[in-house]
Design a protein around this ligand. Structure first.
Ligand code: BGC
Length: 756
């Protein structure tokens, strides 16, 4: 070869390598490829196809004659699901499969702690391995686009940066402990209504900047081994057969070398699915069984594609050590080490929204404590449709209070309201009418009892919020109103005893217009796992100071939130979900009169994301809308002082890292954590931006009187935008303002620097 040709060829290789390096990552999965090639050569087409679909409800086949084990999946994301019958959703009825119930996604996110997310992943994997599982169906990391989303409690945050750091921590925790993750649901599965039919129309920029980052972080930085293709369509393509999502973005751009599993029942074709990147149809083999075999034989699918899909599965199989059946399930799944992780997460997740000096509870003054509300005794590990944990135990709020208060005060409980229950199937109008009548009588009785209890107590702990029947897979909430007449009840209680502390056990935002002014303190304590009640009681009595921060905005009213305000949601309702049509009646839970059904876009099968990147606080900030509680918000029992903001330079190049430093002082009497947050506001940008965006945060522990110098780092690369013309990331080098504070609303320190 001539010198000039060699030079051009070398240059080309360098450029290619450069491109790959920018977006891709080093994966441990490729190291098995040689060995895998040797295996693929020995396989018949039938054996290969056998691996590309479900064998049982939660396994896919290996190759027995070569000693390659099946892949065993464990449903997550907040506890290892109980063992089911091989081919149905019915439980197997084991005793040993009782697992730890970890706080659900929004609770984990409220800790704002990648370290706790790592510990959480560790705990999930340890329990999964005790059960002999290879791949965890989690973490669930879709962005919370609508406050009513049925799975908001499973997901992490409305913000892509917070979600990314936590999805990364969770992923590493799982995979460092010998299990593979399956990131779900890829991608843009942001609503439950019509999830099985809806086509998401989203701009490239919003997709790249808001919806994909949690997946990208877990793949590129965390080397995630598995991804679950979502039920919905994106730009006309089912996710499980989207060349753009699966082949181009996930594999080519991000360097994903692992396997893609369809969501259960989310495969829709044979040729497109396998060609465009899907490895395993779950469960069953409608499309990727005989139909696939025939397609290969007929020449519609090249055998090389089958080999590639098998290779991707085998990489994961080789990276995860199989556990022989006789070694699994020998011990009870839930172990003390994991219960401790669940407790630690719960403690740091609880968000104090209001405190008019009433908390922590003074047990010398409050000798009679009325605990009112069904959520005081409600189990949150199961209920509703989808993810649930057969937990070894779950400390309810009432039990937690009894554990922590003992005989220091008298606790009197009243149920107060009738909790929503989740039902499979429909009732006849006659049955419904009869039940309504009975309910009305029961309600009157419960109200009377609650008022009696409240009037005799020194303080009322009102335990309300949603439950797992209200927040459920398969359907979104119709409104964010507190269910079961809680607003009405609390108004009555306030008339007999105004000393009310309200605790919301919810995984998603509620409308707090009635409750807030009637509560002297207000907290959200989530669906908080096995140890949730103990953690809550520790916060209430002051054993620990609350330190959780909201991972999403509480709007004043639902209609203020972006997709609602734009008329993009709800779309008309279509009952074609794989499961939700079985549970039609539950979607009337929490129905509010003012929720409009008629929208600008009434096509039930299309979700327009025309609010673009203005999701969550990005919308409220940019549109100057007042909210009930902002993103990142949460009080403690102490106070903090921020001062002395400095940056290491005044000007930064596109490859540099901005170092923002400041002093933080605990000026109160409690040791606790502060979650410091750094947002970036663009002063004179070239393209449009939200008002500000979270770009760094840190959870810091400080004793009373202690000061700390904090430095947060923001790589300028993380400030890029997605250019929809060039279809690539681009710099917007402009003046920016660094805003440091305690929530999206409470910016305490500011400084301008220039990107050049
Ligand atoms: C859910 C997934 C879950 C799967 C298996 C689906 O309905 O969307 O998140 O992992 O079922 O239970």
């Amino acid at each position: 070869m001539k010198k000039s040709k060699i030079f051009i060829a070398t240059l080309f290789i360098i450029i290619l390598a450069g491109c790959a390096k920018e977006n891709s990552h080093k994966t441990v999965l490729l190291k098995y490829d040689k060995q895998i090639d040797g295996i693929i050569e020995q396989l018949t087409l039938e054996e290969k196809v056998e691996m590309l679909h479900g064998k049982t409800m939660f396994t896919s086949a290996g190759i027995e004659r070569l000693g390659i084990s099946d892949i065993k999946y464990a449903d997550g994301p907040f506890g290892i699901r109980e063992e089911l019958q091989p081919n149905s959703w019915a439980p197997l009825g084991l005793e040993n499969d009782k697992a730890t119930f970890f706080p659900t996604g929004s609770a984990l996110a409220a800790t704002w702690s990648p370290d706790l997310a790592y510990a959480y992943g560790t705990g999930m994997a340890r329990e999964g391995r005790l059960r002999g599982k290879d791949m965890l169906l989690g973490p669930a990391i879709n962005i919370q686009r609508i406050p009513t989303g049925g799975r908001t409690y499973e997901y992490l945050s409305e913000d892509p940066y917070l979600s990314s750091r936590l999805s990364l921590g969770y992923t590493k925790g799982v995979q460092d402990n010998g299990m593979a993750v399956c990131l779900k649901h890829f991608a843009l599965n942001n609503q439950e209504n019509n999830r099985g039919t809806v086509n998401v129309i989203v701009g490239e920029r919003a997709m790249r900047e808001i919806y994909l980052p949690p997946f990208k972080a877990a793949v590129v930085e965390g080397d995630a081994f598995g991804v679950m293709a979502a039920y919905n369509k994106v730009d006309g393509w089912w996710c499980s057969e989207s060349d753009l999502l699966q082949n181009k973005i996930l594999r080519d751009e991000w360097g994903f070398a692992g396997m893609i599993v369809s969501d259960w029942g989310g495969t829709h074709s044979t040729v497109n699915a396998v060609t465009n990147g899907l490895n395993v149809e779950m469960p069953g083999k409608r499309f990727m069984g005989d139909a696939l075999l025939d397609s290969v034989k007929a020449g519609a699918v090249a055998e090389e594609i089958i080999n590639q899909r098998v290779r991707e599965i085998l990489r994961v199989r080789f990276a995860i050590k199989p556990i022989p059946d006789e070694e699994a399930n020998n011990e009870i799944t839930s172990q003390p080490a994991q219960q401790k992780i669940a407790y630690d997460v719960a403690c740091k997740s609880i968000v104090l929204l209001e405190n008019n000096g009433i908390l922590p509870l003074d047990l010398n003054k409050n000798k009679v404590i009325a605990v009112i509300g069904a959520n005081a005794t409600q189990i949150m590990a199961t209920g509703g449709m989808g993810a649930g944990v057969k937990t070894l135990y779950e400390i309810t709020p009432l039990e937690g209070l009894k554990n922590r208060i003992g005989d220091k005060a008298e606790i009197v409980y009243a149920q107060g309201y009738i909790p929503e229950v989740f039902r499979w199937g429909r009732r006849t109008p006659e049955q419904m009418e009869k039940e309504e009548k009975e309910k009305e009588l029961k309600k009157q009785e419960l109200t009377k009892e609650a008022l009696q209890v409240a009037s005799k107590a020194d303080i009322v702990l009102f335990m309300g919020g949603n439950n797992r029947a209200v927040e459920t897979e398969g359907s979104d909430r119709r409104s964010i109103m507190l269910p079961s007449g809680q607003d009405e009840l609390i108004q009555k209680i306030a008339e007999v005893n105004p000393n009310i502390v309200t605790v919301l056990t919810s995984g998603a935002p509620n409308d707090l217009n009635v409750v807030k002014p009637l509560s002297r303190a207000l907290l959200i304590s989530w669906f908080n796992g096995t140890e949730g009640g103990n953690a809550l009681a520790d916060v209430l009595v002051g054993n620990i100071s609350p330190s959780g921060r909201l991972p999403f905005t509480f709007p004043i009213k639902l209609e203020d939130s972006p997709a609602y305000a734009m008329g993009n949601y709800p779309q008309g309702r279509r009952r074609a979900d794989v499961f939700a049509n079985l549970v039609a009646e539950t979607d009337s839970i929490g129905k509010s009169e003012d929720t409009k059904d008629e929208t600008k876009y009434n096509d039930p099968n299309t979700a327009y994301y025309s609010e673009e990147s203005l999701v969550g606080y990005r919308w409220f900030d940019t549109k100057n809308l007042t909210v009930m509680y902002p993103f990142g918000y949460g009080l403690t029992y102490t106070t903090f002082e921020y001062s002395d903001l400095k940056t290491d330079r005044e000007k930064y190049g596109k490859n540099s890292v901005i170092k923002v430093s400041f002093e933080l002082k605990n000026t109160g009497a409690f040791a606790t954590d502060e979650v410091v947050q750094a947002y970036v506001h663009r002063v004179d940008p070239v393209v449009e931006w939200p008002e500000k965006e979270l770009k760094a945060f840190s959870r810091e522990t400080l004793n009373p009187g202690e000061s700390k110098s904090i430095t947060l780092e923001i790589p300028v690369k993380n400030l890029q935008y997605w250019n929809e013309t060039t279809h690539s990331w681009a710099d917007d080098l402009c003046e920016i303002e660094l805003q440091v504070g305690a929530s999206a609303e409470e910016i305490i320190l500011k400084k301008k620097v220039t990107l050049k």
